[in-house]
Design a binder for this molecule. Structure first.
Ligand code: CTP
Length: 403
């Protein structure tokens, strides 16, 4: 299918080792019917040649801001006006910094400053450069300015170090572009979505509690994706350090019982995704004062089972049209997840292996299996943001075809 038919993409190729992947991306975008033009930065030209870019795009390659012929034939303003999307791949730390600060000192940065078109950027750099407060600040600023940032992937980097900073696979970037043009805005307009996220804290006494390693990142990303699709989104969150995604109505709770009450109080929902790592038990007799240590004496506590938020939603007489649970397992992933889907009466379950070696708990990426009544899908490892978008897209598709 030519998903990008007649779309005009202006690709800005920055100076990083990942520039060679931009060449493959040009082909994949053209396969979908897009017309691709490219600006090659001075740095980019150190890694790939203008000739290879020109051969693949089938167009002249632009690189010099002050080239007279370029200015008469095609100035930087016209270049950006004649595109539907500007796509920066790879977006180096330097290019991102220029974009965030409005610096225009070459054709690429001047075009980015002069454009009135949507901009998407796929950063790629060394792990330390990505994690630097300055880069993070620039990314936050660019997001605020409306630039669509494709999260870099995790893995071995060209410099030999390991971590976050790799350019995502070419197909992942192409899919972001397709999704952008399909426009998911409004697909869930008029619907109400619930997401539970994060850990719960079960108090022992006024200063101690029992918790778990959930960061809440996956649930927050799902809530953000729902809001981007236009759903009225309620995020019931245990304690986390995360920022509330744009357009999301967040309710903070601490314990599993508080989470249960908040979920019940805000019924009804059209769709519910329970991603919280809810403590199965609370302390039966919570001490009113800090428990004192008696020398040599062990402490014995009784745990009392907490209500099951997901199972109760699925049984509610105001049951959402689609109830989705998570199965975080450390062994027998699929068997446990299948059993959990049936036991909790949910429609779909997202299974993820959270054994310590996977780094999923607290990490930025996730590898999930989606189990529905109709089958099972193994999704490739992706950023939690990408997993969220893909999930919400699947939900939107399901709700559209089952009105
Ligand atoms: N869940 C919930 N309320 C609870 C416990 C779990 O809503 N009290 C939800 C979680 O948000 C998740 C799903 O149920 O969507 C599965 O959670 P999990 O902890 O894996 O399942 P448990 O029922 O606790 O099963 P077990 O601990 O035996 O694996």
């Amino acid at each position: 299918m030519a998903e990008l038919k007649n779309k005009r993409i202006l690709m800005i190729i920055g100076g990083g080792i990942a520039a060679y992947k931009a060449l493959e991306l040009i082909r994949r975008l053209k396969d979908q019917g897009a017309r691709v033009r490219a600006i090659l930065t001075g740095g980019g030209a150190q890694f790939i040649t203008p000739l290879s870019v020109a051969s693949l795009t089938g167009e002249k390659v632009f690189s010099d801001l002050f080239s007279l012929t370029d200015e008469t034939e095609m100035g930087h303003i016209r270049l950006s006006r004649e595109a539907d999307l500007l796509l920066v791949v790879p977006a180096t730390a330097n290019l991102l910094a220029k974009m965030a600060h409005g610096i225009a000192d070459d054709l690429a940065s001047t075009t980015l400053l002069a454009t009135n078109k949507p901009v998407m950027a796929a950063p790629a750099m060394n792990v330390e450069m990505w994690a630097k407060p300055s880069t993070m600040r620039n990314i936050r600023q660019l997001r605020q300015d409306g630039v669509m940032i494709i999260e870099p992937a995790e893995g071995e980097l060209a410099c030999g170090e390991v971590g976050v900073g790799r350019l995502p696979e070419v197909d992942v970037i192409r899919d972001h572009v397709i999704r952008h043009f399909k426009g998911h805005k409004g697909r869930l307009h008029g619907l109400r979505a619930l997401v539970t996220a994060g850990p719960t804290h079960e108090p022992i006494d006024p200063v101690r509690y029992i918790a778990n390693r959930s960061s809440g990142k996956q649930g927050y990303a799902i809530a953000g994706a729902f809001a981007r699709f236009g759903a009225e989104t309620v995020l019931v969150s245990g304690p986390t350090h995360l920022e509330t995604p744009q357009g999301v109505d967040r309710i903070d709770v601490e314990t599993a019982r508080e989470m249960w009450r908040a979920v019940q109080k805000n019924l009804p929902y059209d769709v519910a995704v329970c991603s919280a790592a809810v403590s199965d038990w609370g302390i039966d007799q919570q001490a009113g004062q800090k428990i004192k240590k008696e020398s040599g004496a062990d402490q014995v506590m009784t745990f009392k089972q907490n209500p099951d938020i997901l199972a109760d939603l699925a049984l509610s007489n105001r049951r959402p049209r689609l109830v989705i649970g998570f199965a975080a397992e450390t062994e027998n992933l699929l068997e446990n997840a299948r059993e959990k889907r049936l036991r909790k009466n949910c429609d779909w379950i997202i299974a993820n292996d959270v054994s310590a070696a996977t780094g999923i708990m607290g990490g930025n990426e996730n590898t999930v299996h989606v189990i529905t009544g109709d089958g099972e899908e193994a999704w490739p490892k992706a950023s939690k943001e990408d997993v969220a978008l893909r999930l919400v897209e699947k939900i939107a598709g399901h709700l559209e075809s089952n009105p």
